[in-house]
Design a protein around this ligand. Structure first.
Ligand SMILES: NC(=O)c1ccc[n+]([C@@H]2O[C@H](COP(=O)([O-])OP(=O)(O)OC[C@H]3O[C@@H](n4cnc5c(N)ncnc54)[C@H](O)[C@@H]3O)[C@@H](O)[C@H]2O)c1
Length: 263
């Protein structure tokens, strides 16, 4: 069994670092031409240059994912330049650690606009283009184990948006199904990306030791004791979902989380 994306065009939103960078790299290493997108142009450009230096085929186009037109512009660029749009990954996201009662309206709106509307924009725009061009494409959204059920340890409104991404994935899968467009999601566990470093920052601010907090986070949330997950661990599942081996899988949200959620 070999996954080969040669001749295919992929767009990865939220690609500049962390899990998205891992996904972009794995898709490119399997032969896809990958359009990397994130909010800041210089970050996208930097990753494009990193990927091309490794011999992979990459382009970049910045976009704010909460802006439908901006998301659409990235997809249109990929289609105009390659004539294709086979794979779209809606991975951009932010976290907010305010408790349920303390979170401000602005914090909640940002979470909804980026985590949920961002994924919605990528799904809606991508499915429309795939239908128009007769492409039986694959879309994968990034949810979280925190979207499976509320955690006593926090992540309240973050988890709310990630639960929304699981529902969105099912609704979009129904929309794409008559055209053989598959829409799935991955639910990562804990990856020590910049996002998780920002969570550790808050533990340090409350007087805890950074490395101890990290070990404690793994212990609190992750039953498997293999150590921390890497971005690539998520990316391999994404690559599978984008391959022909997953042609009959749609509307699913797959936990890749060391057992953090088992539902
Ligand atoms: N790190 C974890 O432990 C973890 C666990 C579960 C789910 N997730 C989810 O995985 C995804 C990636 O997380 P990460 O840990 O790699 O985070 P990260 O902060 O390292 O990277 C986030 C990416 O999203 C982009 N982004 C953020 N806001 C954006 C916006 N408004 N418009 C466009 N791009 C934007 C950033 O530029 C960056 O490329 C997120 O959706 C996150 O919620 C992460």
């Amino acid at each position: 069994m070999k996954i080969d994306f040669t001749g295919k065009t992929a767009v990865v939103f939220g690609a500049s670092r962390g899990i998205g960078k891992g996904i972009a790299t794995v898709l490119a290493s399997a032969g896809a031409k990958v359009y990397v997108s994130s909010r800041t142009e210089s970050n996208c450009k930097g990753l494009k240059e990193e990927l091309t230096a490794q011999g992979y085929d990459a382009e970049y186009c910045a976009a704010e994912v909460s802006d439908y037109e901006a998301v659409d512009r990235v997809l249109v660029k990929a289609i105009e330049e390659t004539g294709r749009l086979d794979i779209v990954i809606n991975n951009a996201g932010i976290v907010c650690l305010s408790s349920f009662l303390d979170a401000t309206q602005d914090e909640i709106h940002d979470l909804i606009n980026i985590n949920l509307m961002g994924a919605n924009n990528g799904c809606q725009a991508a499915i429309k283009h795939m239908i128009e061009h007769g492409i039986e494409g694959k879309i994968v959204n990034t949810s979280s184990f925190a979207g499976r059920h509320a955690l006593q340890a926090g992540f309240s409104h973050y988890g709310m948006t990630k639960a929304g991404v699981i529902y969105l994935t099912q609704a979009a899968a129904y929309a794409g199904a008559p055209y053989n467009i598959n829409v799935n999601a991955v639910c990562p566990g804990i990856i020590r990306s910049d996002m998780w470093e920002s969570i550790l920052d808050s533990y340090v601010e409350s007087g805890m030791d950074r490395e101890e907090s990290w070990k404690q986070s793994l212990k609190t949330f992750i039953p498997l004791e293999r150590g921390d997950q890497k971005a690539e661990d998520i990316a391999y599942t994404v690559a599978f979902l984008c391959s022909e081996y997953a042609d009959h899988i749609t509307g699913q949200s797959i936990n890749v989380d060391g057992g953090a959620a088992m539902n």
